[in-house]
Write a protein that binds this ligand. Structure first.
Ligand code: ADP
Ligand code: MG
Length: 277
């Protein structure tokens, strides 16, 4: 698996296509604010390499904020501030000598609403990240990368004959897989997915879930989901977020997904996973 060991039209591919090793992601004592409104309070979570971690919990408890902190998107909001550390393989993504572009390249993000560049071709959508990160790739390598990423995203067979068609012409589920392919093109080590199936029908949802289960051999995945069946189908580990009575959000319970659903420790987890709130 991976992008490595590829040969395109007789040419050996170069480093850009090589798969980086799997990485663990670790959040330590993350607190977050918008202005003086604190939305997360000292959240720590280890997201192990090569597994899918689900973040669950009611709306407004800070799951998306937490996810955005994991790839330095939180700082794009002018009023936002944070405390704590995010380590990818023990290296702080917020350290002063680490460039923002490196953090973004190593930690990809897929959003709830599929957001390919609609007028741009499917082919160009996949490699859009290379332009943004200033990565130079030859034509043959580009072709190989596009095929490889679309294959990994489970979309290659459906689009191989229309790579020049606009991304916006695809169905919702296909657009989401195109976004996954786009995020893979910069060979991230972690893929963050914020409710990636909420806007999709059940069939497309299952296709994306199968894609995730394949992908996790190559890239560590963190997913926010409101779908309890989905959390159980895809994730090895699960964290339950809650913000009680005007307090900032935090993790009530985390651990093995199977255990959390079958015998949760906290009564609030029990109520949430059983649909009481
Ligand atoms: P979740 O993803 O769990 O629904 P969010 O992380 O989106 O939760 O939101 C957590 C809290 O932060 C909420 O109270 C929300 O209103 C607030 N919030 C989120 N984004 C912003 C923003 N850009 N500006 C101000 N407050 C925000
Ligand atoms: Mg959210």
């Amino acid at each position: 698996p991976g992008y490595a060991a590829g040969t395109v039209r007789g040419q050996a591919t170069t480093a850009v296509l090589e798969r980086p090793p799997l990485a663990a992601l670790e959040a330590k004592n993350i607190s977050a604010w918008f202005g003086d409104h604190q939305v997360l309070d000292r959240v720590s979570l280890t997201m192990p390499a090569g597994v899918i971690t689900s973040l669950i919990g009611p709306s407004g408890c800070g799951k998306s904020t937490f996810l955005r902190i994991l790839n330095r998107m939180h700082e794009l909001v002018p009023s936002a501030s944070l405390a704590g550390e995010v380590l990818i393989d023990h290296e702080d993504i917020y350290s002063a000598d680490r460039k923002l572009v490196d953090a973004r390249k190593s930690i990809g993000m897929v959003f709830q609403k599929p957001n390919p560049f609609p007028a741009m071709s499917i082919y160009d959508n996949v490699i859009a990240g290379l332009r943004l990160t200033g990565t130079q790739v030859g034509r043959a390598e580009r072709d190989f990368l596009v095929e490889s990423c679309l294959t990994k995203a489970g979309l290659w067979k459906e689009v191989r004959d229309r790579l020049r068609a606009p991304g916006g012409g695809l169905s919702g589920g296909q657009q989401q897989r195109l976004c996954i392919a786009r995020s893979l093109a910069v060979t991230p080590r972690v893929l963050l997915m914020d409710e990636p199936c909420s806007a999709l029908d059940p069939t497309s949802t299952r296709v994306i879930e199968e894609t995730m289960l394949e992908l996790v051999n190559d890239v560590t995945i963190v997913i926010v989901t409101h779908n309890m069946q989905q959390a159980q189908r895809v994730s090895t580990q699960c964290a339950f977020f809650l913000a009680s009575q005007g307090k900032p959000g935090g993790i009530v319970e985390y651990g093995d997904t199977e255990a959390m659903f079958s015998k949760p420790i906290d009564s609030r987890t029990y109520d949430y996973v059983n649909g009481v709130f």
